[in-house]
Design a protein around this ligand. Structure first.
Ligand code: GUN
Ligand code: ZN
Length: 433
């Protein structure tokens, strides 16, 4: 038997395994917040083996990071790989933004070389932002899925993705048919579903770009392949909601279009969900489907203010390129601000939980990622609290509690504070130490 691959990582460990309940005191870390400064995290064969205060034996290679914050790698539950090229595009709401910027960018991914280069760049950018797992939209092209999964496989990342399904209301270069979608999906499922850390998501772009026949196909394929996921968009923009009403007059609501086709399950993640009603929320609750809250995108495209407090299952996501950053700190800071505009407050522990254990649970991956727990895969990120002499460094000097420090860090920090990232215990080149 070969020797196990080992690494002992030293630093200030923080993970939030459950959000503080309403009214919890934040000054002393509440139950569910594990703050373990000056601890060793032992990694063996890619998994967390132990967390302890005693230094490990001499047979453990060491990586000591005194003063650095060691967190679970972030998880992004809704992001578009080909849209890095159109992030921060000026002047439009959703439907015009798709036509003017997004569809042309996605058309370029018909070329396998473009898709391969773009996928590598995209995953390296995720890692560069401390994000180690994601639920991702590539494009309608089968080659884009192969490119993305191949690049994730090379990096050992936990990734869920699938071919975009869109058989109408898009440029011809971006449309498939139910028959070609079925062929491509079956082929991709066979190649990628459950291979290593990869899983397949039936990726309905959104109801307006799929016929009933294609939506039905997606629901049937999902039911026939346990462990596969569903991802789509829902009720993001008011003009979009009106369009869906016209396209599907017999459905009670936008969400109902998906439910009728078997697309609402505990493995479904629907981005946005701003313009839903109480009955929709009851259906989400009953089916276990998740809304991915995309605050920077909702602000940037002027889509609206999502009310997190009304929902049972919510994950958090960047939605780049509608979103304006791959940084989870920036995304969480925007979520705080969106809640504040509605008279609510999201504490820093709840926010950090959302981007780690909460997002892992939303994908039913809580035993694998999102927590610093023996048995979990060692997907980790090491962060500085601040650059020396920065505004954040000055602010932290006045912080009285872990919560105050963390809230300032989430509000003012970003990917520039990343000092190391590990995927299944392997250091990644994307971040420098
Ligand atoms: N709805 C359909 N496609 C998209 C997309 O690419 N981004 C966003 N934000 N919404 C969508
Ligand atoms: Zn999106």
């Amino acid at each position: 038997m070969s020797c196990p691959e080992r690494l002992a990582l030293f630093g200030d460990l923080l993970d939030v395994i459950a959000p503080p309940g309403p009214g919890a005191r934040l000054d002393d870390p509440p139950a569910g917040v594990r703050w373990r400064p000056r601890h060793w995290l032992l990694i063996e064969d890619g998994r967390i083996a132990a967390v302890q205060t005693e230094a490990p034996g001499a047979d453990w290679p060491r990586d000591e990071r005194p003063g650095q914050l060691i967190l679970p790698g972030f998880i992004d539950t809704h992001v578009h790989a080909p849209q890095l090229d159109v992030i921060a595009s000026y002047g439009t709401e959703l439907l015009d933004w798709l036509q003017r910027y997004t569809f042309p960018a996605e058309t370029a991914w018909a070329d396998d070389e473009v898709a391969a280069r773009g996928s590598a760049r995209f995953l390296d950018q995720l890692l560069h932002h401390g994000t180690t797992s994601a639920l991702v939209f590539p494009t309608v092209h089968k080659g884009s899925v192969d490119a993305l999964f191949s690049a994730a496989w090379t990096r050992g990342m936990r990734l869920v993705a699938g071919k975009c399904l869109m058989d109408r209301h898009a440029p011809p270069a971006l449309t498939d048919t139910p028959a070609s979608a079925e062929r491509d999906t079956l082929d991709l499922l066979q190649r990628w579903q459950g291979r290593g850390r990869l899983a397949y998501a039936h990726t309905v772009r959104f109801a307006p770009t799929s016929t009933d026949a294609q939506l039905q196909l997606a629901g049937e394929l999902h039911a026939a392949h346990p462990g596969s996921y569903v991802q789509t968009h829902v009720a993001e923009n008011r003009a979009e909601v009106q369009w869906v009403r016209e396209l599907f007059p017999s459905s009670r609501s936008y969400l109902d279009v998906y439910e009728r086709h078997g697309l609402l399950t505990p493995y479904s993640t629907l981005a946005h969900g701003i313009w839903l009603d109480d009955e929709d929320r009851a259906r989400l609750r009953a089916t276990g489907a998740v809304i991915a809250h995309c605050p920077t995108s909702n602000l940037f495209l002027g889509s609206g203010l999502f009310d997190w407090s009304l929902h049972a299952r919510v994950s958090i996501a960047t939605d780049v390129g509608g979103g304006t950053s791959l940084s989870m700190q920036r995304t969480l800071a925007a979520a705080y601000q969106v809640a504040a505009l509605q008279g609510r407050r999201l504490d820093a522990f709840t926010l950090l939980h959302a981007a780690t254990a909460g997002n892992a649970d939303s994908l039913r991956l809580g035993n694998e990622v999102g927590r610093l727990e023996p048995g979990c895969v060692a997907d980790l990120a090491a962060w500085d609290w601040a650059e020396p002499d920065s505004l954040l460094a000055q602010r932290l000097q006045f912080a009285q509690s872990l919560h105050e420090r963390l809230f300032a860090w989430l509000s003012l920090g970003d990917e520039r504070l990343l000092r190391g990232v590990w995927v299944a215990g392997k250091p990644q080149a994307a971040a420098s130490g």
